[in-house]
Design a protein around this ligand. Sequence first.
Ligand SMILES: [Zn+2]
Length: 120
Amino acid sequence: MGVKLTCQCSECLLAQADFVLRQRSELIGQGAGSTSIVFDGAGGVEFRQRSRSALEDAVEARNLAERQRDVAEKNELRAQIKALARRFEQAQTGGLIRDNNGRFWTRNSLMAMFASQRED
Ligand SMILES: [Zn+2]
C-alpha cells in the first residue's frame, strides 16, 4: 500500500486500525517496539507489539539453523569414526586403517579423534 505509519499514540493507532478494517490490509511492524495491526479472525483487528525487531528474529533463526547443521555434521563425523573403529577392531592387524578419503589412521589417532569428538 506504500503506507508508513510510525506514530503509536492512541489516536493514530485507532486511525490505523480503521485503515486496516476499511482497506482489508494488515499493518505489519518490523522494528523492535513497533505495533502490528492484524485481523483477529472475528471481523475485528488486534494490536501486537513486537518485543524485538524482525531482523533480530531472522538472525536468531539463522543461528539456530547453523547450530543444527553443525550438530548434524558432527554426528555424521562421529558415525564415520565409529565405522572406522569397527573396521579396525575387525582387522585386528595392529596396522593402519585407510578410510574412504584415502587417509590413513593408526589405532591411537583414531581413538584420539573419537575422544575429542566425545568431549563437545
Ligand atoms: Zn499520533
